[in-house]
Design a binder for this molecule. Sequence first.
Ligand code: MN
Length: 231
Amino acid sequence: MNYVFDPAPVSTVAVHGSDERIPVRRIFCIGRNYAAHAREMGKDPDRDPPFFFLKPADAVVDDGATIPYPPQTENFHFEAELVVVIGKDGKNIPEDKTLDHVWGYGVGNDLTRRDLQLKAREQGRPWDLGKGFDRSAPIAPIHPVSKVGHPDKGAIKLTVNGEVKQEADLADLIWSVPEMISILSHSMELKAGDVIMTGTPAGVGPLVEGDTCVVSIEGLGDLTTHIGPKE
Ligand code: MN
């Protein structure tokens, strides 16, 4: 193949306890998947069909990184989330078969330019620039299913400079991991390397330069992100 210019490097996330890395294909994110967070965003939590948005694969950032405060926002937010990595292609996956398609689980932070997201929401416009900006998806090393099984409960917590901001349980998810995978797979074919960020609990709030944000999920470890100066 003769490319016009060099193709972008493959975006990857780390694997816990291994030198191998996972090539990332797409990052799906679900909106309002914990009732108390839906309420704090001014929406009714209910069982209306869930909605999704995407981040580009190259938005991923490793554990321990320093992220420059992003441009064009005055309200840059953290969102603690369970991350699911798909390891096997599939479409129209029945709910009871979805877990066969999961490679592993990890800890993520759905970084958000909240002011841009809310303005877009108000105007009925896409969320991409509020959600899918550069370095908007820190993800800690992924734990394979062979080691951790399929966590469907356990504490999820986020601190900023040691102060607890979000604290909930994975059991509080409105749409479970099998439901999310099944629903997504009826909309498009899922592929190995697809990543799903499963929504954030209540308590979202701002990050500023100098902050250290740590997301923890019981059994899956921590994700630490430092916020640097604006580039
Ligand atoms: Mn989110």
